[in-house]
Design a protein around this ligand. Sequence first.
Ligand code: SAH
Ligand code: DHB
Ligand code: MG
Length: 249
Amino acid sequence: MAFSTPAKCFNEQSMNQERWTEVDRYITERVLPADPALEAALAASEAAGLPAIQVSPNMGKLLHLLARSIGARTILEIGTLGGYSTIWLARAVAPGGRVVTLELNSVFADVARSNLARAGQAERVEVRLGPALKTLPLLAAETSGPFDLIFIDADKESTAEYFRWALKLSRLGSLIVVDNVVREGTLIDEDRRDAHIQGIRDFYALVAAEPRVSMTAIQTVGVKGYDGFAVALVVAEAEGQNNASRMPK
Ligand code: SAH
Ligand code: DHB
Ligand code: MG
């Protein structure tokens, strides 16, 4: 099928970072009230020298709304950084709910714990230190799951592997959200063989062959540049389980 390029709608000037940032701000100013706890988390993360690679405010709000809209009570996050996205997710869970977030770097984990405490979310969030491919099997062995929502946002090389674990730790109806699945469109550049881009391709290949999930991915522009996120719904529980639904994959 051929799609025409929307060249007449967009020129170079209307498609640049400055404009994406301004429009992101325009939306943020209107739908996100000032939020001292989140702002303090960002300031503390910056002061501690953490890289500013957390989700944008609008993306954080989207994670929060997705979690609320499915009534999530248990959430798993892979990749904590300073806990910015964690705060958004933790605020979405009902009283009695909980969030487990996995982080490799002990300095980042400490900053996250302090940010979560300041935001009043320490009690419902457990920050687990260690490489996620080590902590995920432990989590599965503890039968900590299933989780209602899983947010994958750690090292991109392992995204496919994290998705496999997310499936193991989910149930029918769980939502799996994956960040950074477009990376300026580099996933379609054949000369790009870097491990993190290959990791994203491996993830799409896995999902393409996985009957248990129904997924889409959205390309995004904004303060964080041109990237995208994927939303996958778990539509069947166990391997080989017949999905009686007539809904399309
Ligand atoms: N979700 C955060 C951003 C996460 S950035 C937010 O939006 O606020 C990615 C994080 O994954 C970094 O903190 C990095 O240290 C962590 N990470 C990288 N490799 C990891 C691994 N193997 N296991 C767990 N965390 C890892
Ligand atoms: C980057 C952005 C992310 O959202 C992330 O999870 C990791 C890295 C980046 O821009 O480098
Ligand atoms: Mg990310």
